[in-house]
Design a protein around this ligand. Structure first.
Ligand code: TYD
Length: 208
């Protein structure tokens, strides 16, 4: 089973993914965690290029194609083989990030983004996607509190992140079966419970 997590920066994905994996493993499931961009030797090299603050000359099209190239490697080298072995694959960001950030955020033509997404994923899509939704204001507050240095993608403007968030909501409208919106302003425990309630009935047999 393939599951992905989405959201704007600082939404709490990483915490929620870690909690979910713990729970799945304690029930005897075999779980593989991946993060995008990254997860293969080539994809990690592409990640460095994408997040490097010095790469200010990067065109929006290069950005789109690099995220997609990284994904193509991950799908072929890791995701497909793991799904064939009936692992639960959890991806911290996947193709919806490209739709939201490069399509809605950067304003690249959505039709072209959709086509490139299909080429890069070869239509390997998550059965379930959890979009942990926070406001842009909350994102700024959390970022200030954590005092982490922003990478190239995190240097986007307020309006950029508003558009990214709107993009995620547009996907939710289009694909309500797969794409679940979860209010990320709740406590960590409440978010996790919502995720679990949605997922529990759909889990495969344990593979121990
Ligand atoms: P990362 O440090 O992994 O951030 P996070 O913890 O928020 O996932 O950096 C990934 C950044 O790349 C993040 O700002 C979102 C962005 N991104 C895109 O713009 N398009 C994509 O297709 C993907 C996968 C990520």
């Amino acid at each position: 089973m393939f599951i992905s997590f989405e959201g704007i920066d600082c939404c709490g994905k990483t915490t929620q993914v870690a909690l979910l994996i713990e729970r799945l493993q304690s029930l005897g499931h075999r779980v593989l965690l991946l993060r995008e961009p990254g997860g293969t030797t080539i994809s990690e090299k592409i990640r460095e290029i994408l997040l490097d603050k010095r790469n200010l000359k990067m065109t929006q099209i290069s950005e789109l194609l690099l995220f997609s190239a990284s994904r193509s490697q991950l799908v072929n080298e890791v995701i497909k083989p793991a799904l064939q072995q009936r692992s639960i694959v959890i991806c911290d960001r996947y193709v919806d990030s490209t739709t939201a950030y490069q399509g809605y955020g950067r304003g690249l033509p959505l039709g072209a983004v959709k086509t490139i997404n299909r080429v890069a994923t070869m239509d390997v899509m998550p059965a379930l996607t959890f979009f942990i939704d926070i406001t842009v204001k909350e994102m700024h507050e959390r970022r200030r509190a954590s005092r982490q240095e922003a990478d190239r993608m995190e240097m986007g403007t307020e309006e950029f992140f508003q558009r990214v968030r709107e993009g995620y909501h547009a996907i939710a409208q289009e694909e309500p079966e797969r794409f679940t919106v979860i209010n990320g302003l709740q406590t960590v425990e409440a978010v996790q419970e919502e995720i679990w309630r949605r997922l529990e009935g759909r889990l495969p047999e344990r593979n121990d």
